[in-house]
Design a protein around this ligand. Structure first.
Ligand SMILES: [Fe+2]
Length: 280
């Protein structure tokens, strides 16, 4: 296939880009791969519509961004024949793990970088996903705050099921009924993005997923973390995606937080998601 320049369109003034004029079910060359990678890493979210990707094509696209990553405890909830493609169902409103601004799996030793999601079943209405631009959240800080944060790491915490055989299929598997253990890791708050070389603000839910700045108490840290979090999600720094059949949405966890809006009750809604680049 001869290469060409992809058509791009900004989705907002701050975050997200849409690419059109390509069928990602077809193979593509390295030049196209580089354009896809640059588009995502610079804009934090990449949308391609009307694709209806096969599982093979979804994995091929994910590999543009790195090696697929799947925790062992999630492997039983994957697409048959594709152990790197997670099935993400409706866990129910009360257990919605994605409702709230967050970064995927920030407690891991090396948090995953990119997620590539496609819908297989959509609710009759609702179910949007929102994304923030964490480069821009950093850019908006004062020089004094940037300097303060420049050498700071935060303590990120999460849990994982104990034992290889546990499944994450229902909301209960995510919470109390499954036997779980804490996982804690420290990561820089203002990391340099490996692809773009730009600085982003790396955050998760203050007080639950991100509990203190290294060397400080939670009481000292939380007002700062709460401020950083709140100013990241101003409406002028957010793209809200309304899913349609055939969509592909990729987000870069190194420069975006996201929020799954749960306004579709118990209706069936399922995404297939490949996550890239993590180490548990
Ligand atoms: Fe998420």
């Amino acid at each position: 296939m001869s290469s060409r320049t992809l058509t791009t369109r900004a989705l907002t003034g701050s975050v997200g880009v849409e690419i059109s004029g390509i069928n990602l079910n077809d193979e593509f060359d390295d030049d196209i791969a580089n354009q896809l990678r640059d588009a995502l890493c610079n804009n934090c979210v990449l949308v391609v519509r009307d694709q209806f990707l096969s599982s093979e094509a979804q994995l091929r696209l994910a590999r543009v961004f790195g090696d697929p990553f799947m925790p062992s405890y999630y492997r039983k909830n994957t697409v048959e024949g594709f152990p790197d493609i997670a099935i993400v169902p409706n866990f129910g409103k009360a257990k919605a793990p994605a409702e709230g601004w967050h970064t995927d799996w920030s407690h891991m030793t090396v948090p995953p970088t990119v997620s590539v999601a496609i819908p297989t079943v959509l609710a009759s209405k609702g179910g949007d996903t929102m994304f923030s631009n964490q480069y821009e959240s950093y850019n908006r800080l004062s020089d004094g705050m940037k300097k303060f944060l420049s050498d700071k790491r935060a303590k990120f915490i999460g849990t994982r099921p104990i034992g290889e055989d546990q499944k994450v299929v229902t909301g209960d598997d995510l919470t109390a009924k499954a036997k779980r253990e804490d996982v804690v890791n420290f990561h820089p708050i203002t990391p340099t993005h490996a692809v773009t070389g730009r600085t982003a603000l790396y955050l998760n839910r203050p007080g639950s997923s991100m509990i203190e700045i290294e060397g400080m108490t939670p009481a000292e840290s939380l007002p700062i973390l709460e401020y950083l979090y709140a100013q990241s999600i101003n409406p002028d720094n957010v793209y809200r995606h309304s899913w349609a059949p055939g969509d592909i949405v990729c987000w870069d966890n190194r420069c975006a937080m996201h929020y799954g809006v749960h306004d579709y009750g118990d209706e069936e809604r399922t995404l297939h998601r490949v996550t890239v680049g993590g180490v548990i």
